[in-house]
Write a protein that binds this ligand. Structure first.
Ligand code: UD1
Length: 431
């Protein structure tokens, strides 16, 4: 398994191009199952999760081509992917594939909407607490699907097709809203989604579905109205920039000090995180081309934060923010309300000398003057990058083990940080 070696202690200075969002790319790719025509996605990030989803879609009969580089494109420019689901050859998504990436469970919705039947393994993915799919299944049932669970598989059917209905989510769920949107787009009649997720990735999926011919109003608000259509067509859509990657690098700069321009980043996608960073003492300047983050001299002010659904502070930046506060001049309280047990990074951050104490859903972080490099273990996607951030600011050498977690969600991490002066290298090791 590969490892990453980081020699910490230096500032970050330079430009980091922001990639297309993983969490938008995945549902957009899955939406290709809804049409016989070609869906073209631009600005697709090069990530392990994207490659795995291509395999899963291939299993259902989706052909794909990735366009070659065009003149003027850089190694960091997003890819163009053509997806073609002319014939769905298999409506089963097997355990071996779905267990490796939770979002792949969402294929259930388009398979059911288009083929009237689907069999999808219950999901796996990041180990961040129990992550049930009950709300996703209830949404499909509200649209007339019959759902059974047998031997670890969800068996869904709608022999006469899905019918529009009222979906009321008791809790905000991103996956539930994606699934409801895709299923309702091809259901007969009108669907109303109450308490829908408002995340930018939901809006991106809705925008793409609208280009494909879906009738959707209100995406980005908590009530979404969909009028089903009998079929959807092809479209060309550009994946929005990754707000979690943006926030991650912004926090890295806030921690190490320096001056970095996050090229292509869009501030409105992570305003709450940027406001929180400003409160720690970082300077943030936004323009049409991206976001500039600076911290010179002054220390890091402690700040309390609570994770919330969008537009609140995202749970996917909680671990990174915790890394930053380990060196604040005082005590910060970080409360996680979205996922239980999303604190696996706490014990790894402690290896750097961080002082963190857990009380139920809150981490109480007492800032220390210096962190020291250490061998650490990546436990999930976002937790692992919090270790990278801590390592960049720590004195001496850190080895991050199990970096395959990072490869799932961060494109060219070593190159992007290396270009800003970080001493980061990948060790391809025979462990
Ligand atoms: C998505 C994101 C993930 C992010 C999360 C919350 C992708 C690929 N992943 O995950 O990075 O951390 O949103 O912003 O986009 N829940 C239920 N029953 C369900 C579904 C969810 O109880 O059927 C609960 C979950 O356990 C969690 C909360 O609802 O406590 C929110 O989860 P959800 O928004 O669905 O997360 P994902 O879509 O899985």
């Amino acid at each position: 398994m590969d490892r990453i070696r980081i020699e910490g202690g230096g500032e970050l200075r330079g430009v980091i191009p922001i990639s297309g969002a993983k969490n938008a790319a995945l549902p957009l790719m899955i939406a290709s199952l809804l049409t016989r025509e070609t869906l073209t996605l631009e600005n697709l990030p090069r990530l392990a999760d994207v490659r795995l989803l291509l395999r899963i879609l291939g299993n259902h009969g989706v052909d794909h081509t990735i366009a070659g580089k065009r003149p003027g494109e850089l190694a960091t420019s997003g890819q163009t992917l053509h997806l073609d689901a002319k014939n769905i050859v298999d409506t089963t998504a097997p355990y071996e594939l779905v267990s490796r990436m939770r979002a792949s469970f969402w294929v259930l919705a388009p398979l059911l909407a288009r083929a009237g039947v689907a069999k999808v393994s219950l999901p796996g993915g990041c180990a961040i607490g129990t992550r049930p799919v009950d709300l996703l299944l209830q949404a499909l049932e509200a649209l007339g699907a019959k759902i059974d669970i047998e031997a670890g598989y969800v068996l869904a059917s709608a022999p006469k097709g899905l019918v529009g209905g009222k979906i009321v989510f008791p809790k905000v769920t991103v996956g539930g809203t994606h699934v409801a949107l895709m299923a309702a787009a091809l259901a007969k009649g009108d669907t109303l989604i109450h308490n829908a997720a408002r995340e930018p990735e939901i809006v991106d999926l809705a925008d793409c579905l609208i280009k494909m011919g879906a009738k959707i109003k209100g995406a980005g608000s908590s009530t979404i109205e969909i009028t089903g259509v009998t079929s959807l067509g092809g479209a060309r859509h550009t994946v929005l920039p990754d707000r979690i990657e943006t926030g991650t690098y912004a926090m890295a700069v806030a921690m190490t000090g320096g001056d970095v321009f996050l090229q292509g980043a869009r501030p409105e996608l992570l305003q709450s995180a940027l406001d929180t960073l400003t409160r720690t003492g970082a300077q943030i300047v936004c323009d049409a081309g991206g976001i500039r983050v600076r911290r010179n001299g002054g220390g890091i002010a402690p700040v309390d934060v609570t994770t919330e659904p969008f537009p609140g502070f995202p749970t996917d930046l909680q671990a990174q923010f915790m890394a930053l506060t380990t060196r604040a001049n005082g005590v910060s309280r970080i409360t996680e309300t979205i996922f239980e047990n999303r604190f696996m990074h706490v014990q790894e951050l402690a290896r750097f000398g961080a002082k963190i104490h857990l009380e139920h859903d809150t981490a109480i972080v007492t800032g220390v003057k210096t962190l020291k490099g250490a061998p650490v273990m990546a436990t999930d996607l976002r937790a692992s990058v919090s270790l990278v951030i801590a390592a960049l600011a720590a004195e001496g050498e850190t080895i991050v083990h199990r970096v395959y977690h990072l490869d799932r969600g961060f494109e060219q991490l070593e190159q992007k940080l290396g270009a800003c002066g970080a001493r980061v290298e990948r060790l391809a090791a025979a462990e």
